[in-house]
Design a protein around this ligand. Structure first.
Ligand SMILES: Nc1ncnc2c1ncn2[C@@H]1O[C@H](COP(=O)(O)OP(=O)(O)OP(=O)(O)O)[C@@H](O)[C@H]1O
Ligand SMILES: [Mg+2]
Length: 470
């Protein structure tokens, strides 16, 4: 099958030779034009593109060799094959030296010719492919501080690049720790609003009774405790981006208010009926199943459609394991810089374990694992022993013990309990409330069990809860 745009130019001073070649090549399905001399050939080359030139070596006026030279200089992409008289090896060698791709001797073996052209066609196809691939490679989407080599992340990043300049409302979804906030910031800092504020509201972290005034502000005396007039996050985000994190937790009455802001870009402070206009872009994020929330009437469908103008779904880390090695490198460098510890790399075995692990807490969990490993590392390379226990084996500790080492039922239960607690803590960033929730026990019971197992846990207190203040 012949390639699109693969055009051949036959250059020979003898018309009979031109006709034979043209007839044969056209019959074989190629597009052919002919020229009776070097200058005529150059004329045609100026007018349209050819993939291949078949040039007679001996021609009056401009010789085949001279024409070859001209073509090499002006049209380096054109492949040239020289046709020489039988037995004139010297001229063939000379032509090859000057950049001919190959040579054929007269009388031309037509089978050989068609074989050669097919080969050239394939080679050109390959070159074009390599070129487009290379172009795609340099066009990869890069954002500062975001690692995403996998196809899935490249899709996300190309979408981010395309929508960032607009004002479109974005809904980012993905499991915990997949990078929702990171993407929200990338959108803001790659938009025309980048000089304006990026204001984050963590809806889940704010008490319901304060949420409305936090979002919309209040007038002095609007309610008990409102001693001063206060500007809400919507106003603070004017000319910038408002990031509504955990949007699934927004109480229904506030959903109505938000819907109105989205429609009219206008709202009132609590305790006032003077409408305030704002110029903001809204990005919302959640790891909840909003469709289910809609079915259960916990989330308004109309609000969902207003928010979901540009949906961005972040894939869990276990579905893009190619990203793990570059993430490990990135996080290692970041941690080493922050801690000042000279950790330079990671052993192969440790990397293998990291690649195989499933990361229920996604990139944040990997980040925690690396931070911990950098702190523990006794060498300049991270070893398997620096990784958390639950990574080192997929089976619980009890199953790894040699059979000879019999355990009693209480011992087995004890080991299993310890294992599950450690795992829940690591997955939840050592936030005990969340770990307890995952384990289905109260925080008090968790604290008791930690003590019993002799586990000390770094405190997550002091973690900023309300998000960045404007
Ligand atoms: N692709 C990535 N490249 C580099 N770092 C990343 C990437 N994705 C996430 N991180 C890092 O992982 C951590 C968690 O990311 P982020 O806070 O954006 O996640 P999230 O989806 O908002 O999580 P949550 O649902 O728990 O709020 C951050 O420190 C972030 O910088
Ligand atoms: Mg987040």
């Amino acid at each position: 099958m012949s390639m699109e745009g693969f055009r051949i130019l036959v250059v020979d001073d003898e018309s009979s030779q031109r006709e034979i070649l043209q007839g044969f090549l056209e019959k074989a399905g190629w597009e052919v034009e002919t020229a009776g001399s070097g200058p005529e050939a150059l004329d045609l080359l100026r007018q349209r593109s050819f993939a291949l030139c078949l040039i007679d070596y001996r021609m009056p006026g401009m010789s085949g060799l001279e024409l070859l030279q001209q073509i090499r200089q002006r049209y380096p992409d054109v492949t040239v094959v020289i046709i020489t008289a039988y037995g004139s090896i010297d001229s063939a060698v000379e032509a090859m030296k000057r950049g001919a791709y190959d040579y054929l001797t007269k009388p031309i073996d037509l089978d050989e010719l068609s074989h050669l052209i097919t080969k050239i066609e394939e080679r050109q196809q390959l070159l074009t492919e390599v070129r487009t691939l290379r172009a795609q490679l340099t066009e990869r989407f890069r954002f500062d501080q975001i690692i995403g080599e996998s196809g899935k992340m490249q899709e996300v990043l190309s979408l981010v690049a395309r929508i960032a300049p607009s004002n479109a409302t974005v809904l980012i979804r993905g499991e915990s720790g997949t990078g929702k906030e990171l993407i929200a910031k990338a959108i803001h800092y790659n938009s025309p609003r980048k000089e304006g504020p990026f204001v984050k509201v963590n809806i889940a972290a704010l008490p319901e009774n304060l949420l409305e005034s936090e979002l919309f502000g209040h007038e002095k005396g609007a309610f008990t405790g409102a001693v001063e007039r206060r500007i809400g996050r919507f106003e603070a985000a004017n000319h910038g981006t408002l990031f509504l994190d955990e949007i699934g937790d927004l109480p229904l009455p506030l959903q109505v208010k938000l819907l109105r802001v989205l429609q009219e870009r206008e709202f009132e402070r609590v305790g006032s009926n003077r409408p305030i206009k704002v110029d903001i872009r809204i990005i919302a994020a959640t790891n909840q199943d909003l469709e289910e929330a809609i079915r259960e009437k916990r989330f308004r469908e109309d609000l969902y459609y207003r928010l979901n103008v540009v949906p961005i779904v972040l894939p869990p880390l276990r579905e893009r394991r190619e990203d793990i090695p570059p993430l490990v490198d990135f996080l290692l460098r970041k941690c080493a810089e922050q801690t000042g510890k000279g950790v330079k790399g990671i052993s192969r075995e440790a990397m293998d374990l990291l690649i195989r692990y499933d990361y229920p807490g996604n990139v944040r969990e990997l980040e925690n694992i690396i931070e911990r490993a950098v702190l523990l590392a006794r060498h300049d390379v991270i070893l398997v022993e620096d990784l958390p226990l639950h990574l080192r084996t997929s089976e619980p500790e009890i199953e790894r013990r040699p059979r000879s080492e019999k355990m009693t039922l209480p011992q087995v239960l004890e080991a299993l309990e310890r294992q599950m607690i450690l795992r829940a803590l690591e997955q939840h960033d050592y936030v005990q409330t969340r770990a307890a929730e995952e384990l289905g026990i109260s925080e008090r019971v968790l604290r008791y069990k930690l003590k019993k197992h002799g586990l000390t846990v770094r405190s997550a207190e002091g973690e900023q809860q309300g998000g960045e203040r404007p």
